[in-house]
Design a protein around this ligand. Structure first.
Ligand SMILES: [Zn+2]
Length: 286
C-alpha cells in the first residue's frame, strides 16, 4: 500500500474538465447533449500541458474488449496500457513466489485478492516511473469498491470508460477467443449475429480471423470455458458493478454500449471522446 501511495502521489491539476457522464450512451437512440455531457477538447495529443498524461480507467465485464480499446487509446495518447490481467499472467508464467497461489485462483474463475493485485500494480508502476512514464490507462483495475477507494485516495482518475455488451454476445465472444501460440496475436473465431428484439438493436460482430501463418497455431486460454466464463460474469456482477456506481456518483463514468465490431466501435468511441485517430486518417488517405 505504501508503495502504491508513493507511486500514485496526488496530483491536483487535470488537463480538461469532465462535466457530467451520468447516463448511458446508446447508438440506437443518441442521447441529447445534456444527457451525455461534454468533454472539453484536448489541447494536444500525448503530453498534457501540466506535465502529465491522461489517467484513465476501463471498466467492463471480462471479455468485453477492454484490452483492445485500452491498447488503441494508449497508443493514440502515448500512455502505458496497464492490464492487471497481463500482470497476473506474467507472474503466473514467471514461476515467481505468487504463481502457484495465483494458478489456483485463476483456474477457478475467482478474483485475485486486492493485496496481490495492488502488489503487482505497484511493481509495474514503479518500473514504469523509473523509465520516465507518465499517465496510464488501467484495464482490469479497480475491480472492487475497496480497490477503487484505494485508487481514489492516492491519485486523480480523470475518466472511467465503461464498456458494455449484451450477455449473449459477451459469452459467444469469450468462447471464440484464440491466441497464436507463436506470435501471441489475439483473434476471435466467433461470428455474432443477433437479430433486433424488444428494445435491443440488432448486433453484428464479425470474427477476427488470423492470417494464414497463425491459423494452425491457435490456442484457447485454459480459463475460456463456458463454466469459467459464466463464473467470471457472476463474480463481476457481484463485486464490480458497484465500482460503476462508485464512479457514476463522482461524475467520472462514461458509458459506452459497443455497437458492433472493432472498426465501428472504435470510430464511435473516438467521437464520444472527441479524439481523432490521425494514424487512421493518414493510412486512409495513403
Ligand atoms: Zn501468429
Amino acid at each position: 500500500m505504501a508503495v502504491l501511495g508513493r507511486l500514485l502521489r496526488p496530483r491536483t491539476t487535470t488537463f480538461y474538465t469532465i462535466r457530467t457522464f451520468c447516463s448511458s450512451y446508446s447508438t440506437s437512440s443518441p442521447p441529447s447533449s445534456s444527457e451525455i455531457g461534454v468533454i472539453e477538447p484536448l489541447p494536444a495529443f500525448g503530453k498534457i500541458t501540466d506535465g502529465r498524461n491522461v489517467q484513465w480507467v476501463f471498466l467492463g465485464c471480462p471479455g468485453v474488449g477492454k484490452g483492445t480499446y485500452a491498447s488503441r487509446l494508449s497508443k493514440l495518447l502515448c500512455v502505458p496500457h496497464i492490464a492487471t490481467g497481463d500482470l497476473v499472467r506474467d507472474e503466473l508464467s514467471s514461476e515467481g513466489p505468487l504463481s502457484s497461489q495465483l494458478a489456483e485462483i485463476v483456474n477457478q474463475g475467482k478474483l485475485v485478492s486486492d493485496e496481490i493485485i495492488i502488489n503487482l500494480l505497484s511493481q509495474r508502476l514503479e518500473a514504469g516511473e523509473a523509465k520516465g512514464e507518465s499517465g496510464f490507462i488501467l484495464d482490469g483495475f479497480p475491480r472492487t469498491i475497496r480497490q477503487a477507494e484505494i485508487l481514489e485516495g492516492v491519485t486523480n482518475i480523470d475518466l472511467v470508460i465503461n464498456l458494455k455488451l449484451r450477455e449473449e454476445a459477451l459469452l459467444a465472444k469469450c468462447l471464440g477467443r484464440r491466441t497464436c501460440s507463436q506470435c501471441g496475436g489475439n483473434y476471435n473465431v466467433a461470428c455474432i449475429d443477433i437479430k433486433a428484439d424488444d428494445g435491443n438493436p440488432a448486433m453484428y460482430m464479425p470474427p477476427l480471423l488470423p492470417p494464414a501463418n497463425c491459423a494452425s497455431k491457435l490456442i484457447t486460454r485454459s480459463d475460456d470455458t463456458e463454466e469459467v466464463v459464466k463464473e467470471r460474469l457472476r463474480v463481476y456482477n457481484e463485486k464490480s458493478r458497484p465500482v460503476e456506481e462508485f464512479y457514476r456518483r463522482r461524475g467520472k463514468l462514461l458509458e459506452f454500449d459497443l455497437p458492433g465490431g472493432i472498426p465501428e466501435s472504435w470510430t464511435k468511441l473516438l467521437q464520444l471522446l472527441n479524439l481523432d485517430d490521425h494514424e487512421d486518417t493518414r493510412s486512409a488517405a495513403a
